[in-house]
Design a protein around this ligand. Structure first.
Ligand code: BGC
Length: 764
């Protein structure tokens, strides 16, 4: 009886508090719609509190420890307690997140929850392959699953929002951030962008309420992938045609897929910084595309408009960013310092601030943070989720699917499982750190399965390992440059002896994981350090080499492409690298990846991409020098976009169209038969390219417009169907209008961008 009373009283007290809250804080009423709740909250906010929502700070002090004293940390702490911080980044782990969220929710006047952001780029703690590698799978289901695993782990660790996917189309391998995107093609890039958004957020916005989903962020808006000369943070100067047809489509695809946030970019676009760009953010994104989520600046990019020479001073940078539609300031400290005064002085309209705040609140409501600010703060879930078996298995599966077989001339692969002497050579083969890539803030160093460890699991061969030479000198980290060993060859002899005594040599060469990524542009795409020399020395004593490449960008490997019989592109594959590589080398997984970026013959060809233009002199019809070519090297890439081999063989035949003349608006139906005529079961990416042969604005000689990943057992034949509609047959003019013009189209279907079966049709 007594107990019952207590329970009744407890319930009554809770109800009353809840009721009081709903009266004092009517925006907490879950029965109202999100838009109603925003409109109930906004009028209660002071200008300072509104601007606070637009302010994001990087993690700053040991949040679970004592309050900081002095410096920026104290300032940020104070701001947090005043309700002047809307979001934080890089605070992670349930304990830490709960501590900052508690201040926002329990100590500020309105108790508006923070949205906690983090760079979940290719996994949180359990790392999947770098995004460029994942793109090589062309497996949208697997990519979506990989993003879902990342969201699962990140959300279990307190995170509500990832700064991904990076949807920057890029075709300059000198730029270190090509590792973060999906390569050079806007069609493939758009499909992958959608898969990633769905993986992070779920299929619909309502899914954001789920505990294992996080808000996604399409970045970097826009054209960061075209920094001039591949130089990091450089200017971008591109045509409207490139902007509308190559850069924007993946961004638009994310808006259609429901992405809730955008990040702008460090670069200028045709003279105006993206962060202060009204045309990009207001006219296109929020205007034409009707995006109703919010835009965050890139790290300090609002302040950087001063260095760019676009803003006079801090006030000017602040005003320009808000006017252009940058809703949240990441670490420039400018909105919080300057915006209130600018509004009071009439230099920025309060309506613009209100618009930004509505957008930010909308996403917080959609995530359910007002209803449960600690929804991602469950220590039990954190423990059960991070690094669990399902996640490890998931990233291993993704890693295998990301590997691309570039050459297998003498059939060295797959390796025989017993009775072989194998020499494993190269410092990267024994590296547990490099495979994690450079975006791995939540992961512990040296936690990848190395190639050596992966291969050691196949016990019926005799395996010896020799590094040959160290790849790098000293330690490296996210903040430091990688320094290569270019002098110490003391390990060469031992490596040569191992190679001489082996049936097959597996060499793991390439780039260190910290050699690609942000701030890591290069002017040389060859194998760095002593690796090329080591490769040639080993080849002299045993040419039966399987070269396994580890890299975050296309490399130029002309010598290897000519001499080495087997080449496997294994990128930086994350936590499960060694297991994935070993399973592919031993044939337990038949590789099916296709390159998402062209590999140049040398750096001088860069930018090189398959969807190029004909020029007026595409071939040497006059047999003289005056045609579009280089005099010292072929103009084709070493390995083209879409290229990748298998242990089996695929034959294409019977390419058919339902008609040869079509009216505008009619669907073009295409079918092709693909047969697995080799000795292994496998998977093939069947690719469809079009060439619009003449148009009011010239079109590329090939454009990917469809692909399908099919499973084929040995001996099996499948018919693959494609449909081309106006959506695939048109293009954007220089004002951004979509045109479908009559004309003749060539089509090509095959397993790579460089060859396939051809046909054509006319569009009236
Ligand atoms: C990068 C962004 C990243 C941000 C936060 C910037 O330097 O350009 O992609 O999300 O830092 O870490």
């Amino acid at each position: 009886m007594k107990n019952k009373k207590i329970i009744t009283f407890g319930f009554f007290a809770l109800f009353t508090i809840g009721n009081m809250n709903a009266q004092k804080k009517p925006y907490l009423d879950k029965k109202k719609t999100i838009e109603e709740r925003i409109e109930l909250l906004l009028p209660l906010m002071t200008l300072e509190e509104k601007v606070g929502q637009m302010n994001q700070y990087n993690g700053f002090w040991d949040v679970t420890g004592p309050a900081p004293k002095g410096g920026t940390a104290e300032l940020k702490y104070e701001h947090l307690r005043k309700g002047w911080v809307g979001s934080m980044l890089t605070v992670r782990g349930v304990k830490e997140v709960r501590a900052v969220q508690k201040i926002a929710v329990e100590e500020t006047r309105l108790g508006i929850p923070l949205i906690i952001g983090f760079d979940v780029i290719h996994g949180y703690k359990t790392l999947s392959p770098i995004p460029l590698a994942e793109a090589a799978s062309w497996d949208l289901e697997a990519i979506e699953k990989s993003a879902a695993i990342a969201a699962d782990e990140a959300s279990a660790s307190g995170i509500n929002w990832t700064f991904g996917p990076n949807v920057d189309v890029a075709n300059d391998a000198r730029w270190g951030r090509v590792m973060e995107g999906a390569g050079e093609d806007p069609y493939l890039g758009s499909k992958i962008a959608i898969a990633r958004v769905h993986g992070f957020q779920g299929e619909t916005i309502a899914d954001l309420q789920k505990v294992n989903k996080i808000a996604a962020c399409a970045k970097h808006f826009a054209a960061y992938g075209y920094v001039e000369a591949g130089l990091e943070y450089n200017i971008v100067d591109i045509s409207n045609s490139k902007l509308y047809n190559s850069v924007l489509p993946p961004f638009k695809a994310t808006v259609d897929a429901g992405v809730r946030t955008f990040m702008n970019s460090f670069n200028t676009l045709n003279g105006v910084p993206a962060t202060g760009n009204v045309f990009l953010q207001r006219d296109i994104l929020k205007g034409k595309w009707k995006f109703d989520g919010f835009v965050i600046s890139d790290y300090a990019s609002i302040r950087e408009m001063i260095a760019h020479g676009y803003a006079k001073d801090e006030d000017d940078a602040t005003a320009k960013a808000v006017i252009a539609g940058s809703d949240m300031d990441m670490e420039s400290y400018l909105y919080v310092a300057k915006l209130v005064a600018l509004v009071k002085e009439g230099k920025v309209k309060e309506a613009l601030v209100d618009d930004a705040v509505r957008r930010i609140l909308r996403v917080k409501f959609e995530l359910g943070l007002f209803d449960d600010p600690y929804k991602n703060c469950d220590e039990k879930r954190e423990k059960a989720t991070i690094g669990n078996k399902a996640n490890i298995d998931g990233v291993l599966d993704m890693a295998k699917k990301s590997i691309v077989l570039l050459k297998n001339d003498k059939g060295l692969l797959p390796l025989k499982k017993s009775g072989q002497k194998i020499a494993l050579i190269g410092a990267l083969a024994n590296d547990k750190n490099s495979p994690l890539g450079s975006w791995r803030i939540a992961s512990d160093d040296n936690t990848a399965v190395s190639v050596l460890e992966g291969m050691q699991q196949y016990k019926d061969n005799q395996l010896t390992f020799e590094k040959g030479a160290d790849l790098i000198v000293g330690k490296t980290s996210f903040l430091n440059e990688v320094i290569f060993n270019t002098t110490d060859k003391s390990g060469f002899e031992a490596a040569k002896t191992a190679a001489k005594n082996a049936d097959v040599v597996v060499m793991v060469l390439g780039e260190h994981g910290f050699q690609s990524g942000e701030g890591r542009s290069r002017t040389d795409l060859n194998l760095p350090g002593l690796q090329q020399e080591l490769l040639e020395e080993i080849y002299k004593v045993n040419p039966n080499i399987v070269l396994v490449l580890n890299n975050g960008r296309p490399l130029s490997i002309p010598w290897a492409a000519e001499h080495v019989p087997s080449i496997v592109e294994a990128w930086h594959l994350g936590t499960q690298t060694g297991n994935a590589v070993a399973q592919v080398l031993y044939g337990d997984y038949n590789p099916s990846g296709k390159l998402p970026m062209s590999f140049p013959r040398n750096v001088g060809q860069v930018p090189i991409y398959y969807n190029k233009y004909s020029t007026g002199r595409p071939i040497d019809s006059d047999k003289n020098v005056f045609w579009s070519h280089y005099t010292d090297v072929e103009k084709t890439p070493q390995f083209p976009f879409g290229f990748g081999l298998s242990y089996t063989k695929y034959d294409y035949k019977n390419l058919k169209l339902n008609k040869t003349v079509f009216a505008k608006g009619e669907n073009v139906q295409i079918s092709v038969e693909v047969t697995n005529s080799g000795n292994y079961n496998g998977k093939e990416v069947v690719q469809l390219y079009i060439h619009d042969q003449f148009a009011s604005i010239i079109r590329p000689i090939k454009e990917l417009k469809g692909f399908e990943l099919i499973n084929l057992k040995k001996g099996e034949t499948k018919t693959v169907n494609f449909t081309l509609t106006d959506k695939e047959l048109g293009f954007y003019d220089n004002d951004g209008n979509y045109l479908v013009e009559p004309g003749t189209f060539k089509i090509m279907v095959g397993g790579s961008s460089d060859k396939g079966l051809e046909s054509g049709f006319e569009l009236n």
